[in-house]
Write a protein that binds this ligand. Structure first.
Ligand SMILES: NC(=O)c1ccc[n+]([C@@H]2O[C@H](COP(=O)([O-])OP(=O)(O)OC[C@H]3O[C@@H](n4cnc5c(N)ncnc54)[C@H](O)[C@@H]3O)[C@@H](O)[C@H]2O)c1
Length: 347
């Protein structure tokens, strides 16, 4: 549902046709959905989620609508007895993500937030090396998200505003790169962040810098801008056993090639031997949907969970609160925190 980035989701499902069949498209703007349906042989186009919910032959509804709609729509999907897949940012607060966890428990259905960058082969290779114990102790991670967004991007009415986009570059753009960091190292324990709006005349931030102490004791630095004429995303993880560095393609830097340098020639050799065993699965959206299908089939953990989404939104909440108050913020963030119910800065 939602024929913007929904187009890339359709391509993701079409890449694993033995697992999924896209039966219907929903968009309040039927003119936007119709060409996408025609190009992909999708038989039904509707304009209201309630119509999708009434279709008995759907198992899953995938939500690709603007962020402020997700919380209600995910619940509507579960109430209709279907699994919900939902684009980032899943919801607008930690209270809402905790509420969805309660709703999911009682529903017998699953909710899967989308973090498709996780499934690039480069990042998956690092996960393999970590799982095999070759990385060792984490020291430092540096993450740079330097993208370019011009005025035309903000012509879509929900973008650039706290009420509907609910955040800027930290929430809407760097969220993937920061999820990749936590996917490898686990959650942050303490956060200090600066945010500013310098690139476009919008309400929300378009540049940010943050310093993190991770729960594992290592440290990380995050740099974010939407004003970079040359776009890159870069991850560099420095461990006792190896250094891992991503490529810098802005939107697919989790894919190959990544470089892995062992701390000794023996470790480098072990890394090479281990990577020779790497079994490539589908990447990006197709990779997440493939793993979703596997999890449902085997009853296992989803490739991205509500707990993962909570870690991501907790980091967002902490960064916004730090930027607002000028102090560092300790995690986890519990219900008694002033921004538990909404990370929006209080004006
Ligand atoms: N994972 C990623 O890499 C990625 C990339 C882009 C966008 N997104 C996320 O996807 C979501 C959508 O972003 P977008 O760029 O496609 O936005 P968009 O505005 O281009 O598209 C959203 C579509 O949803 C439709 N829509 C709005 N309200 C609806 C409703 N009530 N019922 C049905 N359809 C409705 C709109 O008509 C529009 O066609 C956002 O949450 C965004 O953050 C994720």
């Amino acid at each position: 549902m939602g024929a913007g980035i929904g187009r890339a989701h359709v391509a993701g499902y079409q890449a694993v046709p033995e697992l999924f069949q896209v039966m219907a498209l929903c968009d309040i703007d039927a003119e936007r959905a119709r060409p996408l349906a025609e190009e992909n042989g999708i038989p039904r186009v509707v304009t209201d989620l309630a119509e999708l919910c009434r279709m008995d032959d759907l198992d899953v509804i995938d939500i690709c609508t603007p962020p402020h709609l997700h919380f209600e729509q995910v619940q509507q999907v579960l109430a209709a007895g279907k699994h919900a897949i939902c684009e980032k940012p899943l919801v607008g607060s930690l209270r809402e993500v905790d509420e969805l966890a309660r709703v999911e428990k009682g529903s017998g259905r699953r909710i899967m937030p989308v973090f498709q960058y996780r499934f690039g082969h480069g990042l998956q290779k690092l996960k393999l090396l970590v799982a095999r114990g070759l990385a060792g102790k984490a020291y430092l991670a540096t993450v740079e998200t330097a993208w370019r967004r011009r005025a035309a991007y903000y012509e879509v009415p929900w973008r650039g505003k706290w009420a509907t986009e609910r955040g800027g570059a930290l929430l809407g753009h760097a969220i993937h790169a920061h999820d990749m960091l936590c996917y490898v190292l686990g959650p942050a324990a303490r956060v200090f962040a600066y945010t500013t709006t310098r690139v476009n005349p919008i309400e929300v931030e378009d540049c940010a810098a943050a310093a993190l102490e991770m729960a594992d004791g290592s440290v990380a630095s995050l740099g974010v801008t939407l004003g970079s004429a040359a776009e890159i995303t870069r991850h560099r993880f420095c461990f006792s056993g190896l250094v891992a560095e991503s490529n810098t393609r802005p939107y697919t830097n989790s894919g190959d090639p990544w470089t892995f340098v062992g701390d000794t020639p023996e470790l480098t050799e072990e890394i090479e031997t281990t990577l020779a065993e790497f079994r490539p699965l589908p990447e990006h959206y197709a990779g997440q949907f493939y793993r979703f299908h596997e999890a449902l089939r085997c009853g296992g953990e989803l490739p991205v969970t509500l707990a993962d989404s909570r870690v991501s939104l907790e980091l967002i909440t902490a960064m916004y609160y730090s930027a607002e108050t000028g102090g560092s913020v300790s995690l986890p963030i519990r219900p008694d925190h002033p921004r538990y119910a909404s990370w929006l800065p209080q004006t």
